[in-house]
Design a protein around this ligand. Structure first.
Ligand code: HEM
Length: 65
């Protein structure tokens, strides 16, 4: 539930549906690969802590399927 205050978010189900559609459309249409000549380290868990814990800057190659 998106609650960081006294009230609930009335847009939560819309936001969840939009995120679902956006992310599934990306995964369906694109092949996500590391940059040419580089390997992907999926064990890399270091990130940048702030309001959220986000990954460090990284590069990817997105190819249309
Ligand atoms: C990832 C997207 C979103 C996040 C993280 C989020 C987060 C929140 C949070 C934490 C609150 C509660 C604030 C409080 O207690 O004062 C809130 C309230 C609210 N949100 Fe969202 N929200 C999102 C998307 C949306 C969308 C898409 C809409 C509308 C289409 C929306 C409309 C509202 C409204 C109108 C309130 C006030 C509800 C009230 O005071 O009764 N939100 N949101």
């Amino acid at each position: 539930m998106l609650t960081y205050g006294r009230r609930n978010c009335v847009g939560e189900s819309l936001a969840r549906m939009e995120l679902y559609l956006f992310i599934t459309a990306l995964v369906q249409r694109l092949q996500l690969l590391p940059p040419e000549g580089k390997t992907l380290n999926i064990n890399e868990i270091d990130g940048v802590l702030g309001l959220t814990h986000k990954p460090k800057p990284f590069e990817i190659r997105a190819i249309l399927r």
